[in-house]
Ligand binder design. Structure first.
Ligand code: ADP
Length: 443
């Protein structure tokens, strides 16, 4: 017999004892008061019956309460009171345990939900049992409405459907995203439990774009270097194989020098880009005198134009000095690229106007306006892409690398500003560097 059995036995014996004592007392009192024997026995019996009726009533109250245990336990005397209190204590404990487990599960699901990777839980029949927010976004699902739906009824990408059907989940599968526009997901299924599946999705759009850009960039650089190298090789073979006159030799050497220069400009621009990309954001407390930068630009522009263009250089600052914060070599490179483009894409005799102006709303702008060949609207958004040229042969013939405007854009963005272009084919262009107020001051 264990402890609770003996406790129960003692409680039952107490009740029996109480009922018996009650019965005996009824009988004794009946005797004392002179009731006949029969009546005394009846008194004892009625006392016992009363006790047992009370007991039954209390038992029923406990039973009623057990049917709706969310209410508080009834307050009862004796054995039933004890039973109710103990049951209440046990249910309270269980309820606490369940609440704690639920809170832990909610916390766990919130953690998964916070992940940028999508998580979808499937049951053994591939019906959706849980959808994380990222997963909903990746697949265009509704986290509540789409529960219990068969996953392939909602995600119909053939690559995913085949992947799930094939059941070979060692490698992930690449899939276009539901929202389209060149967005991609990497999906990996991880089976677990008994036929259950975890579908993990990762947005790889940016990675894919960067990969494509890197591949294009390497292909472009190789192409840009291979072309002058091929030409150089041709000339070297010619010089080795053919007897050339002095005039021919001079001409060939000059053409070879041009190609070598082209490669040099390319390598130099590539190094500038790499350096800009790899260095930290420029400090905003290193002040450069705009007048000094303008002198340098003016002398280089005259060197490039060789008096073929009427040029104006202005600084509008009400007789004061403009100072610019940032890295001198980068600002010079950006300004020079714009001026060099203006010279290269402006026919002889057409004007070029270069100016620094303080803006009334704060900040300043450096602007290069030319009366050159201009650019038609469809090309303008792509001008700052690496190696993008409107007219490849004109760019190359004038020593362009196709990297100038990418460098300009990088520099100005790193300094918190922006590059603006307005142009019209045949009428000329205006390229403007807008510099934010924090990087400009008047002294
Ligand atoms: P590039 O070395 O070819 O000049 P950029 O990146 O500096 O390379 O310029 C990209 C393209 O933008 C050029 O090839 C040219 O077609 C066009 N472009 C740039 N500046 C001008 C301009 N001032 N006038 C007309 N076209 C221009």
């Amino acid at each position: 017999m264990n402890l609770s059995d003996s406790w129960l036995l003692s409680r039952v014996s107490t009740r029996v004892l109480t009922a018996s004592v009650g019965g005996l007392l009824g009988w004794w009192l009946g005797e004392r008061l002179g009731y006949p024997f029969g009546m005394s026995v009846a008194g004892a019996a009625s006392a016992m019956v009363t006790l047992s009726v009370l007991d039954t009533l209390n038992g029923h109250r406990v039973l009623d309460w057990l049917r709706t245990p969310e209410l508080d336990a009834p307050e009862l005397p004796g054995l039933w009171g004890e039973v109710a209190t103990r049951v209440q204590r046990v249910t309270n404990g269980l309820r606490n345990d369940v609440a704690q487990e639920r809170a832990r599960l909610d916390q766990f699901l919130s953690a998964i939900d916070a992940s940028p990777n999508g998580v979808l839980l499937l049951d053994a029949a591939d019906h959706i049992s849980w959808i994380s927010s990222s997963s909903a976004d990746h697949f265009g699902l509704n986290p509540q409405r789409d529960l219990q739906q068969r996953v392939t009824n909602l995600i119909r990408q053939p690559a995913f459907v085949q992947y799930l059907a094939a059941g070979d989940f060692r490698e992930p599968v690449k899939c276009p995203m539901s929202r389209g526009n060149q967005s991609y997901l990497l999906i990996q299924v991880k089976p677990y439990g008994e036929g259950l599946k975890l579908v993990i999705s990762q947005d790889i759009t940016e990675r894919e774009r960067a990969d494509t850009m890197r591949r294009d960039f390497v292909a472009n650089v190789s192409h840009e270097i291979r072309t002058p190298l091929t030409v150089l090789n041709g000339f070297i073979e010619t010089m080795g194989a053919l007897p050339l006159t002095e005039v021919e030799r001079t001409r060939v050497i000059s053409l070879m020098a041009q190609q070598a220069e082209r490669m040099q400009s390319l390598v130099s621009d590539l190094l500038t880009l790499a350096q800009i990309e790899g260095s930290p954001r420029p400090a905003s407390d290193r002040w450069l005198k705009v007048d000094k930068l303008m002198q340098r630009i003016e002398s280089d522009a005259h060197g490039l134009s060789r008096e073929r263009h009427p040029m104006v250089f202005r600084t509008d600052a009400d007789g004061r000095q403009i100072e610019l914060a940032g890295i001198e070599s980068e600002w010079l490179s950006a300004m020079l690229n714009l001026v060099s483009n203006a010279v290269r894409y402006t026919p002889e005799g057409k004007p070029i106007d270069v100016s620094w102006t303080m803006l009334p709303e704060g900040g300043a702008e450096f602007s290069v306006k030319d009366g050159g060949i201009g650019i038609s609207a469809e090309h303008i958004p792509r001008l700052t892409e690496r190696f993008y040229r409107v007219d490849g042969s004109r760019s190359r013939d004038t020593g362009g690398t196709g990297l100038g405007l990418s460098i300009v854009k990088h520099v100005v963005q790193r300094h918190g500003g922006e590059l603006r272009v307005t142009s019209e084919s045949g009428k000329g262009s205006v390229f403007t560097l807008v510099v934010p107020a924090v990087r400009v001051r008047l002294v």
